[in-house]
Write a protein that binds this ligand. Sequence first.
Ligand code: F6R
Length: 604
Amino acid sequence: MCGIVGVLGTHEVAPILVESLRRLEYRGYDSAGIATVNEGRLDRRRAVGKLVNLSDLLVHEPLAGKSGIGHTRWATHGAPSEVNAHPHKAGPVAVVHNGIIENYKALRDELRAMGAAFETETDTETVALLTQYYIAEGLNRVEAAEKTLSRLEGAFALVFLFDGEDDLLIAARKGSPLAIGHGDGEVYVGSDAIALAPLTDKITYLEEGDRAILTRGSVDIRDAEGRRANRPAKTVSIDAARVDKSGYKHFMAKEIWEQPTVLANALDAYLDGDRIDLPEGLDFAQSERLTLVACGTAYFACLTAKYWFETLAGLPVETDIASEFRYREPPIPAATTALFVSQSGETADTLAALRYCRDKADRILSVVNVAESSIARESDLALPIHAGVEIGVASTKAFTCQLNVLYLLALKAAVDRGRMSPDALAAALAELRGLPGLFNAALDRDPTIAEAARAVAETRDVLFLGRGLMYPLAHEGALKLKEISYIHAEAYASGELKHGPIALIDKSVPVVVMAPKDALFDKTVSNMQEVMARGGQVLLITDAAGAEAAGGDVWKTVILPEAAPQLTPLLYALPAQLLAYHAAVAKGTDVDQPRNLAKSVTVE
Ligand code: F6R
């Protein structure tokens, strides 16, 4: 999604803005721009494509000034083009925006009737034009921005910069997050703390409906009702060094390979001897139902957790995709625990689903990676996954860390509901503690997976099959492959093959079968035979016993170490991630910022 930065500084601001935008690149974008005020004069530069294009432009057409705003755009209204890139400027006003102005058509009509001319196809331009109009009517800058904000519907984070004012930024948050950074005689604003990390670690998060009037010497925050709001400044722990590739070619590679360490740290945070260290009062004994809601990869984590909660804790679980859940008005019986999973904690649909449950569910839990996020703050209890900053757009370590927390919750529920003895819990936790070691062993299979991936990269369509706990993972494997390699991939429950998808099988369609040698293995082998009988090329991901039982007709086999059955979704996620990664590298796609995708989806 779009990234926003703003700086009222004491040095030339253009390079600082570009560097801050670089730190927001992980969100996904298609064009970028900055605006500065120099000796009272507002000017801007914008370029389509990667930030390097903007940097090149700034070499030939530099922008001076110590105050400015910057933006990386992920197109919603209007194609990626220089003219549609932010900052948008109208007379003395420049704005950068993340989100969608839902009533922009009505505002455009109104502005057109007043004689305004439009240069862009964006919703954001209406914000600049409206502010310009109110200034022309005689309002001062702050009043004009305020009046404009009161006219906007939808979700947005906005920052305004004005001609003639090199010590003023106005920031507003409704729906999309915004952080204010405090420096030494400087003040910053950014979509998140990562953007501001080299500048400051002192951050104030704006709340829903807040506006901030910023100068170098003052931060004046007002709430939605216009009352002065006292929002605390926190010291956040995102240090600059953690947001680098540490020698890997891509962030995604780094994030895949650091999973043994990351999982070990996450386990340390939650395990205390034979106990799961979860907040007092979190008890599932009386829960009658669990509703799990999320989007994308986080949703597949929920789908996996359904198997755990139902089999281990006997707790009925409903799972849904947030964008569907929020609009189908599902009844939420009392004694329902609603649980939302989100890496960013800012996904618009997941947040809306949470708000839908606010007054209906017994309690609202969330599993998040960003502790200060909106979803975390609006939950009764937010459980961090401790994955560390995830930069690659394709979620990898966040997925395994989400699974880890969900598994711990399922174990806790099993104990609370009298379905698991202390000894059985101790045994399950011992298995979990062994998982980082198994992760290392799985990563050792990288050469075999890379070889298979190079062949997969030559194909157009790939099928993923799995049963039981491997079924959600088949979906995750297919999602990973399609999002970064652009190869069409579909996932099916192995048992569904005969009900339609088998028609797709021929020798040009690799079929990835994820099947540890568990109670369902023989059934999956039968499905595999059906694929191979039709010329299908099977890539089998299994353990040593599975490889032996499957026989020699499979195209390629990746042999993983044996793991406790409940832990296989975490372990088998790694080869699925590596397969997608190597296929994308072989195809030469943009692994960390795949086309059209954004890291934090703050619009519907
Ligand atoms: C895929 C991926 C997305 C996200 C989804 C939800 O690799 O990362 O599918 O899982 O957009 O995002 P969060 O978890 O931030 O709510």
